[in-house]
Design a protein around this ligand. Structure first.
Ligand code: NCD
Ligand code: ZN
Length: 349
């Protein structure tokens, strides 16, 4: 049975294992939302231009820390963006840095600011070799970019044509199949060799592809990988609430200004950081699995990354609260998920 109204749950403070923070005024606008709820986050490197070197990651890390309000503590876990020019030396520097925790692979053109991504994956095998050697995890945006492949099939086809090969060819490489959206991806990760994990977003646990078209086209429900059929959503909920440590939180909160979403060619990405823990609590509550929330949110990610679990705690309360129509986003506005609707859980401050 779902929890009663007014029920509370206290869990160890979570970390977000996939987050877009942007830069400048946008960074300053969204960072407090994450830092209130998460102790650490794996920060995506898809700035314009992308963060491709350890030196750039260090500078970006400095800007994130400088943007943090003094009353909050937060540790950005940096990533570098794999390109055709990444060198094995850069990988070794990344490992030695202590602040770069993973390397991000975007197939070229897969999503926002991924023009610099990798074309033929075999060309980066020497880099994957170096990553395997120094034990630096690979984070994969797992979608093919071939325009002939149906957009709803791109994750499954990537899994079949690329990911299976990478996982087999580099048996000791730690791999995160990011923001999985399909039954096939969940099945793959569940039965893969050790060292393979997946992150799951709140929005892919809460919505299916009908939510992009309720009553008209819904640009704020467009993200990549795109929402899938209900049967896939159900499989993701099953995986997330199973207690299997291979599945953990990664919000993929991806802020875009309102006018760039409400546009003839709207950007991909949903803004969930403002209530991410609350949204996951709603999913786990609806699945009658609140006892599995702490593992997914706070324990399995650190375990995969070899980092200590947080000691601080957060409390959530089941109490309906309205979501604002938008938030300030530098000189612009940003529309959060559920704008003008409700959340079922609140963060107790
Ligand atoms: C992300 C973004 O906007 O940076 N968008 C998204 O829909 N998830 C890019 C990404 O991670 O794919
Ligand atoms: Zn992302």
């Amino acid at each position: 049975m779902p929890a009663a109204a007014g029920a509370t749950i206290t869990i160890l403070k979570p970390d977000d294992w996939h987050l877009h923070l942007r830069d400048g005024a946008a960074l300053a606008a969204v960072l407090p939302h994450t830092a209130e709820r998460f102790a650490r986050a794996i920060v995506m490197p898809n700035l314009k231009p992308p963060v491709t070197t350890v030196a750039e990651a260090e500078a970006y890390r400095g800007r994130i820390i400088a943007a943090l309000p003094p009353h909050l503590t937060f540790e950005p876990l940096m990533t570098i963006y794999l390109t055709g020019s990444t060198t094995p030396d850069e990988i070794r520097r990344a490992r030695q840095s202590g602040f770069v925790h993973a390397v991000k692979l975007y197939p070229a053109g897969a999503t926002t600011n991924s023009e610099a991504g990798v074309g033929a994956l075999a060309s980066i095998y020497p880099i994957l070799e170096a990553m395997q050697e120094v034990d630096l995890p690979l984070l994969v945006h797992g979608e093919v970019t071939d325009a002939r492949v149906d957009v709803f099939d791109r994750e499954r086809v990537f899994l079949e044509t690329e990911l299976t090969a990478i996982v087999a060819k580099f048996p000791a490489l730690r791999v995160v199949f990011e923001h999985i959206t399909t039954r096939e991806a969940a099945d793959f990760v569940e039965s893969a060799r050790p060292g393979v994990a997946a992150t799951i977003t709140a929005h892919h646990l809460l919505m299916n592809r009908n939510d992009m078209f309720t009553g008209g086209i819904r640009p704020h429900h467009y993200c990549l990988p795109v929402l899938k059929r209900e049967q896939h959503r159900q499989r993701l909920v099953e995986a997330a609430t199973s207690g299997n440590a291979r599945f953990f939180v990664g919000t993929d909160s991806a802020p875009h200004a309102k006018h760039t979403k409400e546009n003839a060619c709207g950007c991909a990405g949903m803004y969930t950081a403002f209530a991410a823990t609350e949204l996951y609590a709603e999913v786990f509550d609806a699945a009658d699995a609140l006892d599995k929330l702490q593992g997914f949110m706070s324990e399995f990610g650190p375990r995969f990354y070899g980092l200590p679990v947080n000691t601080a705690k957060v409390m959530l309360k089941k109490e309906r609260i309205a979501v604002p129509a938008d938030f300030a986003f530098g000189d612009e506005r940003i529309v959060p998920l559920r704008a003008g609707e409700n959340l079922e859980w609140q963060l107790v401050r």
